[in-house]
Design a protein around this ligand. Structure first.
Ligand SMILES: [Zn+2]
Length: 461
């Protein structure tokens, strides 16, 4: 047993001394990682800290104050360690992430790993939530003017049952002009300009790394992985070229150098999921980041835009009638019989889900579409859906319901039954009032009004 002594505490939760084992639990590039004997804390002791390291750590710890509602997604360092038994050292200490959280590599490292997870009953919706959680964690530090500089799968610990992802390794944060980058990142996630030696890690390069990680979580592959060799003699140079100067998005519409075989075929038939299985908004963010913004960091969307699009994607998922996987209903594909489950390939049969559009008042009397939602039979419509500026909450357990869809087989149409105290008003398809317990047929073009302060709901198909 060894004892570490802590100074510079950010949190009252930390004791003055912590007991750790004699041998490290992990060995990383920068130092050794120990868990405390009571299993509550994690201690990192640096191998060869630079002269500024203590000062940098003090600043990072101070920046951890007032992180807001998503602080639980960040394993912030809470104190500085300066003694290991009687020896001087430098390290940092934080709360240990619960053992329910596993390294993200265990879930998505390869397509085969993902298939195994899915065969064991994992639902793709869990991966969508993990991706959202990753975006929320990164958005929180970007919102404070910081960058992580080392975003990759090993720096997220994930609870797949809840979709919560916790970002670790926050002791190397970057703040422009204040905290310089201390690491370059991990190949595969590093932005091209950093690989090429043209820039240092920053918020702009985080945007690239976060996009690659989010898409890896959703599609079970690195969408930037080179398929050809650029330097057979030198692996390192091959990587620098493949992810740097010669980098190319795997589904680039005109440059097919990195197209993987069997792209877009159902996953269980050894296909590679295509980014085209994602919502139009997520497809647009992918193209802006990895095509338009690949070598032009200014064009990369911010991470909060990913978070919003990932949250909204939750409301357009349906369950496959054949394999029971959740997937994004490709309502933008026409004709409708061409809509398939990306996991087993079964086409979505009639009665197909109803597609609705939420409209929000931008200026007096002018309503514009804000996002789509898809309702399958017996699917609840939650009250938050019609609240202005609201994105779907991470978890809707116990939240109030506005109504519920049922399938009227006699009339061959989806109906929405009101379960809400406030009467709804029909703005089209004849005027009328829908009181609690009554239903309305969801015919194309129907517009429902709830109140002046709420969104409108329009039936698209
Ligand atoms: Zn399926």
């Amino acid at each position: 047993m060894q004892k570490v002594t802590i100074t510079q505490q950010l949190s009252d939760l930390l004791p003055y001394q912590i007991e750790i084992g004699d041998n490290p639990d992990h060995i990383g590039g920068e130092g050794k990682i120990f868990f405390s004997l009571d299993n509550r804390y994690v201690v990192k002791i640096y191998n060869q800290p630079g002269p500024d390291k203590k000062n940098l750590l003090e600043n990072v710890i101070k920046l951890g104050k007032n992180l807001g509602e998503d602080a639980h997604l960040l394993a912030w360092p809470l104190g500085i360690v300066d003694k290991l038994d009687a020896e001087d050292c430098l390290g940092c200490v934080g709360l240990k992430v619960p053992s329910s959280h596993v390294n993200l590599t265990k879930l998505i490292y390869t397509r085969n790993e993902a298939i195994k997870q899915i065969q064991q009953g994992r639902n793709w919706l869990d991966y969508l939530k993990i991706a959202r959680s990753i975006a929320a964690a990164v958005r929180t530090i970007h919102g404070k003017g910081m960058a992580h500089a080392d975003l990759h799968w090993k720096n997220f610990l994930v609870d797949i049952s809840t979709g919560e992802a916790i970002l670790i390794d926050l002791d190397g944060l970057v703040v422009k002009g204040f905290l310089p980058p201390q690491v370059k990142g991990v190949r595969g996630f590093i932005a091209p300009e950093v690989e090429m030696g043209l820039a240092k890690p920053s918020e702009a390069t985080d945007r690239h790394s976060a996009a690659v990680l989010i898409l890896w979580t959703l599609l079970f592959r690195n969408v930037m992985e080179p398929q050809i060799c650029y330097d057979a003699e030198d692996d390192n140079n091959d990587g620098i070229l493949g992810y740097g100067e010669k980098a190319c998005f795997s589904e680039h519409p005109s440059d097919r150098r990195n197209w993987p075989p069997s792209i877009g075929l159902p996953l269980i038939r050894q296909g590679f999921p295509s980014f085209k299985m994602l919502t139009p908004k997520l497809q647009e963010l992918t193209e802006k980041t990895l095509i338009d913004g690949l070598h032009d960091a200014k064009k990369r969307p911010q991470v909060w835009q990913w978070e919003k699009a990932l949250a909204e994607a939750q409301d357009v998922t349906i369950c496959c009638s054949h394999c029971e996987q959740s997937f994004i209903y490709p309502y933008w594909i026409h004709p409708a019989p061409r809509r398939h489950c990306p996991f087993c390939g079964t086409s979505v049969r009639s009665p197909r889900p109803v597609v609705l559009e939420l409209l929000e008042e931008k200026t007096k009397g002018i309503y514009l579409p804000t996002r789509s939602i898809v309702l399958d039979r017996d699917r609840p419509l939650f009250v938050d859906t019609i609240e202005r500026s609201q994105i779907p909450p991470f978890n809707r357990d116990g939240l109030p319901i506005l109504g519920r869809t049922i399938w009227d087989a006699n009339k061959s149409i989806h109906c929405l039954i009101s379960e809400n105290g406030t009467a709804w008003q029909l703005l089209t398809a004849g005027s009328g009032i829908i009181k609690c317990g009554k239903s309305v047929e969801l015919r194309r073009g129907l517009v429902l009004y709830f109140s002046d302060a709420k969104r409108l709901l329009r039936v698209v198909e």
